[in-house]
Design a protein around this ligand. Sequence first.
Ligand code: LLP
Length: 418
Amino acid sequence: MPALVHQSFSQTASGLACDGVSIESIVERAGTPLYIYSARAIRDAYRAIDEAFAAHPHAIHYGMKANSTLALVRLLRSIGSKVDANSRGEIDVALRAGYQPPDIVFTGVGKTREELEHAIGLGIGAINAESAGELDRIAALASAQGREARVALRVNPDIDAGSHPNISTGLRINKFGVPLQDARAIYRDRRGAAGLRFVGVHVHIGSQITTAEPLRTAARALAGLACELRDDGVALEHVDVGGGLGIPYEGRPMIGPTDYAAAVIPDLRRTGLPIVLEPGRSVIGQAGALIARVVDTKRFPDGRRFAVLDAGMAELIRPALYGSYHRIVPIRPRPQPDAAWDVVGPICESSDVFARDRMLPPLEVDDLVAVLDAGAYGSVMASNYNRHLLPAEALVDAGGWSIVRRRQTIDDLLALES
Ligand code: LLP
């Protein structure tokens, strides 16, 4: 019986495997650094959310910002997901993946005129506006095109999501949305405005939320607004609660889709409207691992041990940017006792550290390790810093695997330069 170290990654006689496929065998052909995703884990996570909300009409608009690799977006489309896009680039990827414009909600601070024109022209399912000014610009642009844009207003309910300050979005110190108390008047003043059709209300208070309370409070605030708008005669089609459900990076029990649904449905039900969800991390986060090779080890006189990998903050910036925790698992753990390691990357920055004082079995040069739960906000946030080439990405499905994004080459990189 293989030891399950993680939902879809388990230790087998041939080392760590992803859904039974040996990671060493993938690395032999694909090299490192490498992102590996489990199609099964993506399907399972999507279905868990879908089933948790089954008692209420709902639509899952996968938050593409978490990971928009084309093959993964296509996979999600094939199982019935819709999408939340954050930029023209993400809208275009969604269209390439086969989505129709009505399947897309478009959210994001600072949408440009060009992006809005594009979204209006396409007939996007809902544009989640971030301010009264943006609503007015949408109205003007839509009227100029002789169209009616389907819009919702994003409210900022001033709720502490309890996650890292860099990924909280629902406090009044954050740049997102309009203050909740202003929202009703903004809708009222624009009722019947040419070019605008109000279809929803929207909130997203942050990401990696690990307790139900902030999600419940935000849903309650949003439901209250939707009911007030109903009283004002604004006929909405949905309430959009954004994303935010966290994943157990440390492997400890925490809320999951069922707790989330139980927390938000009772209040949202009062609105009589279908629920739109925009989960990103909870769909894709646990399905991906970053595979890296140890390129150097060293030990300082005070006993500190370093393992230097061929992947660092250029490939996965979350630890450097948010101090986030990712489990690290050797592909073939040596049987000797664990010791404390600093696992670091090769980038010329002191913050290029994946883990400090992490208890791990002995590591040697050329060993492979997996950095777990890297499916969300991993490859999408990768950069070419220090001229690192973007890593390859492989998808494991039904006992086989394929490269879904080839490794960038130096020619790819320099093709843009003169
Ligand atoms: N909807 C909106 C409007 C959002 O801003 C986000 C994420 C989502 C949905 C998806 O949220 P999720 O379900 O993934 O929590 N780079 C950070 C996370 C940034 C999240 C930004 N917004 C990280 O690596 O933790």
